[in-house]
Design a protein around this ligand. Structure first.
Ligand SMILES: Cc1ncc(COP(=O)(O)O)c(C=O)c1O
Length: 408
């Protein structure tokens, strides 16, 4: 096949690093055998000098591409002043970060954390405390309704309500208090919701499950059911949010406002882990000193990078790029032979490979050989999520490579 780059005919240095990873790193991932050393924008370079187009963008953690100059400048400036205080003291980045993130998302209050899973755990804790203190659910009886094929992270509580046997098996005993419903089927939530329901927790688009977009009435009906039963709607926008789908928040496509949102990934600008729970004052306000925390959550460096991310998002430029380039991406992918279905919104697509074609893993490896990096999610689905900064020409280069791999 035509390659994006002529592969260098030199002794590979990659083997050495692959062997070290294999020997010393826990085997909890199955990465493609490529060893990246540098990156800029939508392009990465491996240890042998080969260039690859990034069609994954760190699972949306790199929405602004690698080393966006505004983000690197903000991080560098903050590195020269103050990096960490712990939350034992105030610092001059936290308040501005929280105000700016609240204003951007149209919410009242912000709980800064680090990883996505921590943000989800925090939202669960807030919802439970709110249920006991405000809703009046009897102690230890609060329920949280979730959706099948969810992905919210890897902690023991979160995998307790995963329906993926690989993610869940042999990590018990499991945390109780979760009811699993069918994703996209609002009636399954309407049937499960009760006076004991603290919250409904849902991804507006399921990323890991294969970029699954629910029916248009799903989120609005969940919103209505929550309102009717005095429960909170929590939208996990860790992968779908921050311009990935063409809106700041993917739930906005369906005209729905949540009571709490979890944000992560791109909030750290591809530089460091930054996550947050954002939402209603009277809900996040249930947390009092000593009841929740994190040594690193909201640290000065994270807050400074987060503020630079917020500045990028506040122009709307990236949302617009995602809409325009996303329309082009979806139109082209849908016309490819070897493709059974294309799902998603904006610059985010789940490409279902037609029966008889390669597996998702085989397709990812063939794309890698041709200089395009993406990754399968589920056995026959390719997840496409280029940086929102990608040029139309580069986007076409990647789509051409996918066309060649799937046409074989
Ligand atoms: C929707 C969603 N929630 C939570 C997480 C967990 O985030 P992290 O890996 O930062 O813990 C992810 C990660 O892929 C995600 O896609």
């Amino acid at each position: 096949m035509a390659t994006v780059h002529p592969h260098l005919d030199t002794q590979s240095r990659a083997e050495e690093f692959l062997a070290l990873d294999e020997r010393y790193s826990a085997h909890n991932y199955h990465p493609l055998p490529v060893v990246i050393a540098e990156a800029e924008g939508a392009w990465m370079t491996d240890v042998d000098g080969r260039r690859y187009l990034d069609f994954l963008a760190g699972y949306s953690a790199l929405n602004f591409g690698h080393r966006h100059p505004d983000l690197i400048a903000a991080a560098t400036e903050q590195l020269g002043r103050l990096t960490l205080t712990s939350r034992a003291f105030h610092h001059d980045q936290l308040g501005p970060f929280c105000r700016e993130l609240a204003e951007l998302t149209g919410t009242d209050r912000v709980l800064p954390m680090n990883s996505g899973a921590e943000a989800v755990e925090s939202a669960i804790k807030i919802a439970r405390k709110w249920a006991y203190q405000v809703k009046g659910v009897p102690e230890n009886q609060a329920e949280i309704i979730v959706a099948g094929s969810n992905f919210h992270g890897r902690t023991t509580t979160i995998v307790s309500f995963s329906t993926d046997p690989e993610a869940r098996a042999e990590f018990g005993p499991y945390t109780p208090g979760f009811t699993v419903t069918s994703y996209g089927d609002a009636s399954s939530v309407e049937a499960a919701i009760s006076e004991r329901t603290a919250a409904v927790l849902v991804e507006p688009i399921q990323g890991e499950a294969g970029v699954i977009v629910p029916p248009a009435d799903y989120l609005p009906r969940l919103r209505r059911a929550c309102d009717e039963h005095g429960a909170l709607l929590i939208c996990d926008e860790i992968q779908s949010g921050l311009a990935r789908t063409g809106e700041l928040l993917a739930s906005a496509h369906d005209g729905v406002r949540a009571d709490l949102y979890t944000l992560g990934k791109a909030l750290g600008g591809g530089i460091l882990p930054v996550s947050a729970v954002v939402g209603r004052d009277d809900v996040i306000g249930v947390l009092q000193p000593g009841q929740h925390g994190s040594t690193f959550g909201g640290n000065p460096l994270a807050a400074a990078v987060g503020r630079a991310v917020i500045r990028l998002l506040s122009t709307g430029e990236f949302q617009q790029r995602s809409r325009e380039l996303g329309a082009h991406l979806h139109e082209r992918l849908a016309g490819l032979s070897g493709v059974a279905e294309v799902r998603g919104r904006g610059l985010w697509a789940g490409v279902e490979i037609a029966p008889g074609g390669p597996t998702g893993r085989q397709a990812s490896e063939a794309l890698m050989a041709g200089g395009v990096l993406c990754k399968e999610t589920q056995a026959t689905t390719l997840r496409i999520a280029p940086p929102l900064t990608i040029t139309r020409d580069d986007l076409d280069t990647g789509i051409d490579a996918i066309a060649e791999v799937l046409a074989k």
